[in-house]
Ligand binder design. Structure first.
Ligand SMILES: [Zn+2]
Ligand SMILES: [Zn+2]
Length: 450
């Protein structure tokens, strides 16, 4: 106690801390009776010491009473007045006098009001502390050699958290809370931030000419101009919108982000296993989503253009998995190709034997060069089967490493992709119709795992 008292004297000589901040700085751990009581106790003892002072220490005692009075400590203010000592009350430099039970109470009820709009199982409280306040606090810690005292932030978040926990009967979650409550004692405000909700699935694109994400007009970037007939778009719809709009509605989210394992060209149909995707819903009001209903709504909203399968709740981590799937997965395609010259069964055998298991070297296709930049890709064809449809038309079923440009594999892109089907059978392809049959690998999903 004696050490605490001398430290208090030192600190208050320089910083007029309120009872609660003083108690917090000097407590080894939070005392049963609270920081405020500890602060009061320390100040009371120091005041007694000063009032009992002998003649020769009168001057330093007067200074001590003055500094105690300046922290707003009422008994010291009364003593100062009695002794005719002038003083000027100052504001606590750490909490600016805002750290009071009433303020904590207000923050908690404001938080409750805001979060009542949302569905969540657990939560976490965060506190906004201005930078200059945090640095004053740190300076005091190091200036007086204080051993790991609790910070203002910690005290606020714990106090508000405790109140919410007892009212909500829901636990605090430090790593992946479904609800984040942000409080600010300096403005007495609280904000609710619902964690994003993630829904995983595979999508099927049943009709061609739908881009994966909105394709805006490159002349007006969505504003509307003559070129795009005032729609602002090149294509009126997108897979992302067909999936995300109903998801947003059902969850009561305010916005969304669409993540997919790669993308197909706009004219490519997606069938079979489909393409894995995750919808990220921002500020969702509901987290318990009937996935069967969602699937039904997506089918309805897209007018049968888009379907989804394997819907499941996911987590943020699964977005990275989407990219991994993209890297390592085997993808399946069916390409129907019309050639300029007639084709023969020998051509088909040649294609199969020369491409099965072969590593294809591709320079960035000319058609995407402007967006992607030049680079060499090496992707393996795991399997290919070729069959004749009619005199000029063949169908190829291809299983290849993710990232292979399939159209270029067929026409050769003026020699930038080698080998190519056109090169192998010395026949130029005309119309190419591509269907994507999805990825042969799925995500190991489990809700809440992180
Ligand atoms: Zn304070
Ligand atoms: Zn336009």
């Amino acid at each position: 106690m004696a050490e605490k008292l001398s430290k208090t004297k030192e600190i208050l000589g320089k910083y007029p801390l309120c009872d609660r901040c003083l108690g917090r700085l000097l407590a080894a751990e939070k005392p049963e009776q609270g920081y405020k009581r500890l602060g009061e106790e320390l100040k009371t003892k120091l005041l007694q010491e000063a009032e009992d002072a002998t003649d020769d220490s009168r001057e330093s005692s007067a200074l001590l009473i003055k500094s105690l009075a300046e922290t707003g400590f009422v008994p010291a203010q009364e003593a100062a007045t009695r002794l005719g000592l002038p003083f000027e009350e100052k504001t606590c430099p750490i909490c600016l006098g805002k750290l009071k039970d009433e303020v904590i109470e207000t923050l908690a009820s404001e938080a409750l009001r805001k979060i009542s709009l949302y569905e969540f199982e657990d939560f976490l409280v965060g506190a906004y502390i201005p930078k200059h306040i945090a640095s004053i606090e740190e300076r005091i810690f190091s200036e007086f050699n204080l051993v790991e005292p609790e910070t203002l932030r910690k005290e606020i978040t714990r106090d508000v958290g405790k109140r919410l926990e007892s009212i909500l009967k829901k636990p605090v979650n430090f790593s992946t809370p479904e609800m984040l409550v942000l409080v600010d004692i300096f403005t007495a405000t609280a904000e609710a931030k619902a964690a994003p909700l993630y829904i995983f699935g595979h999508y099927l694109k049943l009709k061609p000419d739908i881009p994966q994400t909105p394709w805006y007009c490159s002349s007006c970037w969505g504003a509307g101009c003559e070129r795009c007939g005032d729609t602002g778009r090149i294509y009126p719809d997108s897979v992302a919108e067909y999936i995300c709009e109903p998801s947003m509605k059902l969850s009561g989210a305010i916005w969304y982000r669409f993540h997919a394992a790669g993308r197909e060209d706009v004219d490519v149909i997606v069938e079979g296993a489909g393409r894995p995707f995750i919808v990220e819903l921002i500020m969702p009001r509901r987290r318990v989503i009937p996935l069967d209903t969602l699937r039904h709504l997506i089918r309805e909203y897209s007018g049968g253009r888009v379907d989804v399968e394997n819907l499941a709740l996911a987590s943020r981590k699964d977005i990275d998995l989407l990219k991994e799937v993209m890297e390592g997965a085997v993808k399946r395609y069916i390409a129907t190709v019309e050639f300029e010259k007639p084709i023969s069964p020998e051509d088909m055998k040649k294609v199969e034997s020369m491409l099965r298991g072969t590593l294809i070297e591709q320079l960035t296709p000319v058609r995407v060069l402007r967006r992607r930049g030049e680079r060499m890709r090496r992707k393996r064809i795991h399997n290919i089967s070729a069959k004749i449809v009619d005199t000029h038309t063949a169908q190829f079923e291809i299983e290849a490493e993710g990232g292979l440009y399939v159209k270029e594999l067929i026409h050769g892109d003026s020699g930038r992709t080698r080998p190519s089907i056109a090169e192998i059978i010395d026949n130029a392809p005309g119309r190419i119709t591509l269907r994507f049959l999805g990825v042969l690998k799925t995500l190991p999903l489990k809700k809440g795992e992180s």
